[in-house]
Design a binder for this molecule. Sequence first.
Ligand code: HEM
Length: 520
Amino acid sequence: MLPALNLDYPMLSELHPFQFHIVAACLLLVAMYVYYRDRLRTVPGPVLARWTPLWLGYHARMGRRYLVVDSAHKKYGPIVRITPNHVSVAHPSAVGIVYGHIQGGAEATTSFDKSAFYDAFVSAGTPSVFSTRSRKDHAFKRRIVSQAFSYRALEQFSPFIQANVGVFVGRLDAMCGDEVPVNLVTWLNYLTFDVLSDLAFGEPLGMLASGTSIVSVEQPDGTLREEDAIALVDGREHLSAVLGINPWFPLLAKVLSYSDSFFRYGIESSSGLADFARRNVSKRLNSGAYRADILGKLIEARTRDGVEVDESMLRELVAETVTLLSAGSDTTASSVAALVYLVKTHPEVHRKLVMELESSISVQEIPTHPQVKDLPYLQAVINEGLRHYATMASGLPRLVPQGGVELLGTYIPAGTEISVPAYTLQHEESIWGGDPEVFRPERWLEAPEKGQYLSKYLLTFGKGPRACLGKNLAYMETQLMLATVILRYNIQIESDVLESTEGFVHKTTGLMVKLSRRKC
Ligand code: HEM
């Protein structure tokens, strides 16, 4: 039989003065020990962030990490502690140091590796080019995956994108004149998911055609389950962005998943998405067909020397396609939705953009990439929108290497996580001038050198050797989509604000509009 619990502990007020002093002295000693062992004690920041990763974890869970970090910088200055071991540096001088290249042998590389944050993004037990932390492994993977994004490859993708934009336009045309507003974000998501699945799996998921994002996902027993593919990507990405904050969080998430659907759904989404990708990749491999898309190029690069596809290669292909689907779909859709909103709420920008588009494209046409790729005002609008809205809004975490680093007179020891907060830097007066809160594309056109200078601090696609591999593809899609929507439709915005939340990226969730055809 278990002994009865003794709940009869004295309250503090009942302690003998001598006992009270002993307890107080012990507590003081523990606090002093923690304080003096704390290597980042001179870095200012919110009190809770100094003691626990739960402060950042909670705000990341609520989808507002970049906003609270931005407020912390406004309060404490350019160097802020955002977890016990993570320092955020909002200063132009930090960009090159944290994300830049150093020359190491044949490979251009950075001295700041990705931190353990990225382990939370590993899919199917195999790191992808995005989640690989080791510099050597990353250089190898990136060499293979980047073949799928060469300039020649990109030109081959253009017809696939164009075909999907054609279906998108057909659907929007059919909604013209409707009294009930439509959520443009939903249809942009369908478009980018169809484009990405077309390029990554060999066929569009058919979201535009069916008007839904429901797909079939295989379960462990082989039966199929209906799932919302967009919600799967969002659930996995948001959960990973929270779990990556601390190595203990995955364990905590398992416990919390019994009571909190955010964690439960996030965990299910990760495996659901991997199963879904696996089924599609296997289908493509079994068909034996070659197609000049991303998956075709990944398979080609890996099997060039007569190497057979085995289980480990299949796992790698699955990991890469999950990454591509997550990295390349709602990132682009959110950027385009934000751009449409910004253009439509700035009549002078809208007027100038329409004038530029109409000077080379007829209103009846669906623009092609050659028609839009060199339009300077369109490009300035896109860069300014990406800056202002900040699709990648939080700082991308890296690890301070051996020897530590000194930034703005503060020494940051080796092993500390460090990041440059994109949203905050993209609204920093010392870079963008006195009006960083204003959406003003003209700032990119004032002088060619100025445009180049500003590009150094546009962190939307990351910087250095870990920068976005799909950047050119994303620009191609964004140019085509924005030009098409602005040229073809009168857009009446029904939402008071652009609704958005943050998972890993800053996502738009709602933009209600009424549409009609221009000059028809
Ligand atoms: C507007 C759209 C996009 C945005 C804002 C964006 C943003 C980013 C950012 C910030 C990174 C760096 C992440 C880090 O360092 O942690 C990244 C990496 C990456 N992105 Fe994108 N991306 C976009 C579109 C795409 C597209 C269309 C693809 C491909 C289909 C893609 C594929 C990748 C890959 C593979 C990486 C990992 C690169 C590496 O680690 O070597 N992205 N992206």
